[in-house]
Write a protein that binds this ligand. Structure first.
Ligand SMILES: NC(=O)c1ccc[n+]([C@@H]2O[C@H](COP(=O)([O-])OP(=O)(O)OC[C@H]3O[C@@H](n4cnc5c(N)ncnc54)[C@H](OP(=O)(O)O)[C@@H]3O)[C@@H](O)[C@H]2O)c1
Length: 403
């Protein structure tokens, strides 16, 4: 991208930004980053609390009023009081289990982990300080002890283990998910929830590692919350409290259906599948037109991920257009509408494929094959072997931090 006037225009844009009305200050209940990960008891000693009232409840998102729930309304003492009679049984200790489990423990709540004995997760949970017989159990024992059952098994495993889990979800317990996948696509997953329990969702908008790292930084991840079934009349409140307890900063209300449809759609589209397709198409054309691998990679991936995308994330697209050269701006604005018109039918096809269950069917069928890990590894190797990503490895190797 031609960017001769970048510095000048960027300065102007950032001055404009600086002159904009101040956004209300945010703060969250924080656990210091230096906090030890390992805890010896189920109810960990509470970390010092930094509390500040923000009071934002209804936010105008581009002219649409939406209710947003915040961590500041749920200080740690209130969480302790709210969950004083509960045992949070976290089933599965993968990415989300790890992040949510450790945050719950650091928040001083009564949380136990349930995983299959001697599996990979059993070992990892012990490394994180969960103690067999104290707060680490096999799945059945954890469910029997729990009042709120957090099903954080992989989506394929939720379906596979459902016949064994369902009878244990007796009246009075609450079932918690972090993805609407299993109950929404129940015709395919066979996860038909008992009709006499609350069923809630807290879906962090990021990896479990980020759920943990943002909590440790004293911030909080954005999460969606939803209610699938409200038997007690208190399901939504419980979802909000759980959302804060697992380490969310802001909680956005949705439905199980919308959460799963948008999530499957997004990851297949702009978050990964779509962006990978764009990278490949642009790179291949540059290579076919005689550009070197380094030039093709730098102009396709490196400049995007190292410079422009973080700036768009921080400041928005209008700022980005304002901060580039007039040449770049004219062409990018013109071509954006061509790309949009070309891609929109593909995005509609994708949404249909998510909503009618085709994506779920494919995912369940593929991921329940006994050799699915080997098949994925072969696909990952094929991607690693693509020239674009081999060139990328060399480019990344030149970064000072990798030298
Ligand atoms: N990962 C994310 O970024 C993310 C973000 C938001 C929401 N979510 C949702 O959070 C939930 C958990 O996702 P995750 O990514 O944390 O899961 P994951 O890493 O795939 O977790 C796998 C867990 O499932 C267990 N497991 C797998 N097969 C099993 C079986 N047959 N029987 C018993 N246990 C089995 C594993 O235990 P072993 O170690 O013993 O195999 C492990 O503890 C899902 O609903 C997912 O959609 C995930």
């Amino acid at each position: 991208m031609a960017s001769k006037s970048f510095a000048r225009t960027a300065l102007r844009a950032s001055k404009q930004k600086a002159a904009a009305p101040a956004v209300p200050k945010r703060s969250f209940v924080s656990a210091p980053a230096s906090r030890p990960v390992v805890s010896r008891s189920t109810r960990a000693v509470a970390a010092p609390i930094q509390q500040q009232t923000r009071g934002v409840k209804t936010i105008d998102f581009a002219g649409h009023q939406e209710q947003v729930f915040e961590r500041s309304d749920w200080p740690r003492e209130k969480l302790h009081e709210y969950f004083k009679n509960d045992t949070l049984a976290l089933i599965g200790y993968g990415s989300q289990g790890h992040g949510q489990g450790l945050n719950l423990r650091d928040n001083g709540l009564n949380v136990i982990v349930g995983v299959r004995k001697n599996g990979q997760s059993w070992k990892e949970a012990q490394q994180d300080g969960w103690i067999p017989g104290t707060n680490l159990f096999d799945v059945d024992e954890a469910i029997s002890k729990g009042t709120i059952i957090m099903n954080l098994l992989s989506d394929a495993a939720q379906s596979e283990t459902w016949p064994a889990i369902k009878p244990q979800l007796t009246k009075g317990k609450t079932l918690y998910f972090s993805h609407g996948f299993s109950p929404v696509f129940k015709d395919l997953t066979k996860v038909d929830v008992p009709t006499d329990i609350d069923v809630i969702l807290v879906a962090p908008k990021g990896s479990g590692r980020t759920v943990r790292s943002l909590f440790r930084e004293g911030r909080g991840i954005n999460s969606s919350i939803a209610v699938y079934q409200d038997v007690t009349g208190k399901a939504e409140e419980k979802a909000i409290a759980m959302g804060v307890a697992v380490g969310s900063g802001y909680l956005y209300k949705t439905t199980f259906e919308k959460e799963v449809w948008s999530d499957l759609y997004g990851e297949r589209g702009c978050l990964m599948g779509g962006i990978h397709g764009m990278f490949l198409a642009q790179y291949e054309v540059l290579r076919e037109r005689g550009h070197s691998p380094s030039e093709a990679f730098n102009e396709t991936v490196e400049e995007a991920t190292q410079s422009l995308y973080p700036l768009i994330g921080a400041n928005g697209m209008d700022w980005m257009y304002a901060a580039c050269s007039t040449t770049a701006r004219r062409g990018a604005i013109d071509w954006s509408s061509k790309f949009k018109d070309t891609l929109k039918p593909v995005f509609n096809e994708l949404y249909d494929s998510v909503k009618d269950g085709s994506e779920t069917k494919r995912s369940l069928e593929y991921n329940s094959q006994p050799d699915y890990r080997e098949k994925y590894e072969k696909e990952m190797q094929d991607i690693r072997d693509l020239e674009i990503w081999r060139a990328g490895k060399a480019v990344r190797g030149l970064r000072p931090e990798n030298n």
